[in-house]
Design a protein around this ligand. Sequence first.
Ligand code: SF4
Ligand SMILES: [Zn+2]
Length: 511
Amino acid sequence: MGPLRAAAARGLRRGGGRGRGAATGAGKGSKGPAAPGGRPAPPAALHLFGDPAEVEALRGRLLAWYDQSKRDLPWRALAVIEPDVNRRAYAVWVSEIMLQQTQVATVIDYYNRWMQKWPTLQALAEASLEEVNELWAGLGYYSRGKRLQEAARKVVSELAGEMPRTAEELQKLLPGVGRYTAGAIASISYGQATGVVDGNVIRVLCRLRCIGADPSSPPVIDRLWAMANALVDRSRPGDFNQALMELGATVCTPKAPLCGECPVKQHCRARLRVEKELALASQKLLGKLPPVPDVEDCAVGDCPLCPPAAEPWDSSLGVTNFPRKAAKKQPRVEQTATCVLERRGRRGALEYLIVQRPSSGLLAGLWEFPSVPLAPGLQQEQQREVLRDHLQAWMGLPVAAGSLRFMGEVVHVFSHIHQTYVVYSLPLDGDVTLDLASSPSRWVTEEEFRASAVSTAMKKVLKACERQRGEESGPAKGSKRKRGAKPGAGDSTRPGTQLSLCAFLRAPNPP
Ligand code: SF4
Ligand SMILES: [Zn+2]
């Protein structure tokens, strides 16, 4: 997953290959110098594209570069060849939603499969959430697929299958479509001359115009949107927007921008600043008086777009001084105990029990191994008991805590949660029928598991189990169980063998 694509509604969004990101902002709270009448003063010339001739030249250079260098991507082809405007908008919309939070290289395969399965809004509207989740499995941020389908249903049922025709209407009428996505669909599919601001565009614009203030703050976001709307080419808005994003993804990259190859380097004030600094340094080395003035910010005191005084320009960073990195929120740390329940199926193949998550919240509607959140600070035996209690309540059968075999730990980082799965396994007798009243569940073979709507985290959990079994069955390696591996009921189970039900299920109060 790319680092920049994150949080359309908040401000900056994902990055990765292409760094999409919508930005919104109410424009409140600017601390810039006030103009007469109490309104914020307009930004200094350093941060503006004030010369129409320069804007024209920049558009031309960027589009010429894009025509030559753009990546061949399936949604771009569809946006060009698809004659039906609704299908075209749908094709762009799907790509934009998938590209939020996810790299281009990963999206391509998902996109092709999606468009093959649901080539139209109508086809998607008729799909089940289960089918959507199955196809989305592994792409992450699962609510995206769900919301896309909900919005498609809305277009079909309430808008007679007609996609809204402007960015404003798209944003207003379609759930899950923010300012960025609306602008992208409208400019690429309909040719509306409207700009887009995502993580890549933010980076390029901040460098072109030396914007070092926090790009997730509303006044800066407002300024960037205004800039994008002013810059967008009137005759080829979709191509221009894609070109700006492509430049950010492939040339003006976060850490190692290729300024020498940049088609708009003549217009880049961050680069100009670096060149001035170099010139100044070499003059000083030669002992000459500086022929160029010292490089400063825009000379507007307390400028709302310059870097804050506490974080001035750092010569060692060059153009990557811009944009300023937004403070990263630390993810929440959580622990979950999860149990891989397994049995031999009718044909002798190993089968796993999976259970469906609720239809709202994190990983809504996805399938997982039975799991229970753990309170912080629990000892291993306490964790095991919590899991045992959960399984007992869920299965309606007594479970001996000692029969839960510790298989290792799996760490998975969601956007805002650092999740550690403490993994146990519990083999069941092949004949046992569980009366699972509370949540939908089913037995699946490994192949069926992989084709199901399961998260990447659950795939890692199964992998950890398989790895542990492999290590245990290796003659020379022995067990690498890290913790909780006391010899006992669990350890009496040899890899590949199954305990019979009575070996580990004991009635709590024997008669
Ligand atoms: S010159 Fe360098 S910093 Fe400026 S836009 Fe091009 S790649 Fe980015
Ligand atoms: Zn400034």
